[in-house]
Design a protein around this ligand. Structure first.
Ligand SMILES: [Zn+2]
Length: 123
């Protein structure tokens, strides 16, 4: 399960995408709607989304709560330069963790945060 943070709130991946722009949608903050698309900046009903095809391919960084306590801050997996290590997708991140001594059970406590990709339009 991957997620993003917006204004300090966590949104879990719904495995659905927006029919209009094809980007992943997230749980709506508005109880009248099921989903919302941050790209279109719109709340959506379930007929306005469709299931995501195959695996989710957004780049992610991997975090966990310090000492496994959810109230603590998150610590992020770093690369050899001390920067947050970015994986090209969650599957790749999981494979890396398993190879580096984590058990399947440990992965449940990991947070796979999608790295928002800047597009030319936002610059
Ligand atoms: Zn959209």
């Amino acid at each position: 399960m991957s997620c993003i943070f917006r204004n300090g709130k966590r949104y879990d991946n719904t495995n659905m995408v927006c029919r209009k722009c094809g980007k992943p949608v997230w749980e709506s903050d508005d109880s009248r709607y099921e989903y919302q698309c941050f790209t279109c900046n719109k709340d959506l009903h379930s007929i306005e989304v469709k299931e995501q095809d195959g695996l989710h391919h957004s780049p992610v960084i991997v975090g966990r709560h310090i000492n496994g306590i959810t109230l603590n801050d998150l610590e992020w997996l770093l690369d050899e330069n001390g920067a947050e290590r970015i994986f090209s997708n969650q599957t790749e991140a999981e494979a890396f963790l398993l190879k580096n001594g984590f058990a399947e059970d440990d992965l449940k406590w990991m947070i796979f945060l999608e790295v928002e990709q800047e597009t030319d339009a936002t610059r």
